[in-house]
Design a binder for this molecule. Structure first.
Ligand code: ZN
Length: 203
């Protein structure tokens, strides 16, 4: 399986990082080795002093597809979940400044938290779903899928122009504002509406 991540999909997050609003979604991949194994803590890697959490809604692909039209995109997933796109911000910044790919800042071992999934049919409107991240019991990021610049179905159409989507692939749909640094001892807990979908210890 592969993980396809979307960058800059929420206006307020684009502003907080002083980025430009893109014309098309920005995509990057994480290998399956980036997935943090269930119940394992997240270890801050020794090559970074500034690892950030980015809470994101996840979409799990249930059918193989290529060049998927937006109007059929909803048939390619029946579960959404929540995860964290851990980012070594200092490493990413250095690479970005040089115009180099920033894969190592985003795709290292443990950099993808994949929480539990919920059936799509549990939601009246997939484009109006609240989600949040708590750090040590305090909300640090809150979002709603209505604020995505490209909605889930738009993303599936766009991504599948370039990458064949396969069963089990996961899309990270981008983070809202409020990203920040993690420290040893932090507990990160993710929620969709009121349901807890993961809880991660940082070491
Ligand atoms: Zn992200």
């Amino acid at each position: 399986m592969k993980i396809i991540c979307v960058g800059r999909n929420y206006a307020a997050h684009i502003e907080e990082l002083d980025n430009e609003r893109p014309k098309n979604p920005i995509l990057f991949l994480k290998p399956d080795t980036a997935i943090l194994l269930k119940k394992n803590p997240f270890f801050i890697p020794d090559f970074s002093d500034d690892v950030h959490y980015e809470v994101e809604v996840l979409v799990k692909i249930n059918k193989i597809g290529k060049h998927i039209d937006r109007k059929f995109a909803h048939k390619y997933y029946d579960e959404i979940g929540l995860g964290i796109d851990f980012t070594a911000r200092d490493v990413q910044k250095q690479l970005k400044e040089k115009g180099l790919p920033w894969e190592i800042a985003k795709s290292f071992d443990g950099a993808a938290v994949v929480g539990n999934f919920l059936p799509k049919k549990a939601f009246d409107d997939i484009n109006n779903v609240n989600f949040s991240l708590e750090k040590n019991g305090k909300a640090v990021q809150t979002g709603n899928t209505s604020l995505m610049l490209w909605k889930i179905d738009d993303l599936i159409e766009y991504i599948s122009k370039y990458f064949t989507l396969k069963i089990g692939d996961i899309i990270f749909t981008g983070t809202p504002a409020g990203v920040g640094k993690v420290s040893n001892g932090d507990i990160l807990t993710g929620f969709i509406e009121r349901e807890e979908l993961f809880s991660i210890r940082v070491k």
